[in-house]
Design a protein around this ligand. Sequence first.
Ligand SMILES: Cc1cc2nc3c(=O)[nH]c(=O)nc-3n(C[C@H](O)[C@H](O)[C@H](O)COP(=O)(O)OP(=O)(O)OC[C@H]3O[C@@H](n4cnc5c(N)ncnc54)[C@H](O)[C@@H]3O)c2cc1C
Length: 432
Amino acid sequence: MKSLPYLIVGAGITGLSLALSLQEQGKEFLLLEARDQAGGNIRSHSEEGFTYDLGPNTLLVRDPLVAELLHNLSLAGIAANPIARRRFVLNRQNRLVALGPGALLGGKLLSLRARLHLLGEPFRARAHSEESVATFVRRRLGSEVLDWMVDPFVSGVFAGDPERLSLSASLPRLAQMEQEHGSLMLAGLRRKRPAVKSRLLSFPGGMQALPRACAAKLGDKLRCNSAVTAIAPTANGWQVESTTGTWETQKLILCLPTDAIARILPSAAQLLRDRLAAIEYPSVATLALGFHRRHVQHPLDGFGVLIPRRLGISTLGALFSSTLFPNRAPEGQVLLTIFLGGAREPLSGEEALVPQALHDLSPILGIEGEPSFQRVQIWSRAIPQYNLGHAQRINAIDNALRDWPGLSLLGNWRGGVALGDCIRNGITAGQS
Ligand SMILES: Cc1cc2nc3c(=O)[nH]c(=O)nc-3n(C[C@H](O)[C@H](O)[C@H](O)COP(=O)(O)OP(=O)(O)OC[C@H]3O[C@@H](n4cnc5c(N)ncnc54)[C@H](O)[C@@H]3O)c2cc1C
């Protein structure tokens, strides 16, 4: 049985970033991954002239650690088409309106009363306790801003419910803006230039180029097809059983979703297992649909469309993928990436998903006829929800972990769900 100072389990972007950080410091480690390739829910495919992502589609680079990782991997990335700054939302007349200051001040999204209400934002009191995203937005900006702007945004990022998502856990920048400046508007006006100019990226061949580059750099420190089946504490650390062998390590770091952690914990770790189970993960379906250009009337001149839940439409939204990045669809065709499900919309059976998306989006985008290409991915546990009480739940997990020295737990269920957050959290854990 081989003994190692560090053993990491799970080669999603969190585990990969942590492993690269240890490699950079010359530390000895091994990274075990159950699947035949690294990347976790980053999944890109190229078929029939379409290149599509069924997990994350974009990486927002605004953290110096993320920029540095890309630099170290010599990955330049492809910047999103500048037109992607235009993000559409559907209004109550079922028309697409581009989000931005114009939407806030013009009459296409908000009533005159709602716009006048916004003028009072700088004068509203700060919160003194944890609030849901919905309570915060209603209090500071009014219920129409919640329904027509923030609600669709929250569906797009978290597939979540703004009435249950904790503001400070899921959108900490907004909470911080209020606490520091007493107003979102004042915070926006006083905003300093960020250390890294933010860029929205993908890569040739899709997002999976990122984990592939990480895996290439890690070489034989990454072992795929090695599912960890059980872990047990020893006198000096942990013993790890995997489908490819048994290991001993002083420091074991599980970079996994909460259910995958719970499955391999020792049976005596019931308290930890219960606390991990309190984090909710709704299901989401991703549909990559290709169409002949002439069968879609909308110019698709933006990032995509988000659909407010108030409209009673099942589909959460769609990315205009072939507008966002080049070479995503064959000549004369377009690619849409569509999302259904989430915390408020239970998913129907797989065979109903494409018809549902066509039913919802055809009138909005002027789609005629059937898709020329279709692929569906169901994520039964898609994105962890940072609901009210999330910070206490994470504290409770950390407290329960004290009974298990040498074991650390990471993953997108803490510290942010975006790829950039996972990269930062992985690298920072490696440095600590
Ligand atoms: C549909 C969807 C769309 C998204 N869109 C975006 C987006 O556009 N931009 C963005 O920034 N973020 C997006 N996200 C979020 C982002 O993709 C995730 O938060 C991030 O990829 C999670 O990475 P992770 O490493 O924490 O976990 P995971 O990706 O879940 O990785 C965990 C890894 O552990 C492995 N594993 C599990 N059990 C074991 C075991 N017993 N032994 C060994 N290995 C094991 C798994 O195979 C997996 O590779 C999206 C997520 C989803 C689901």
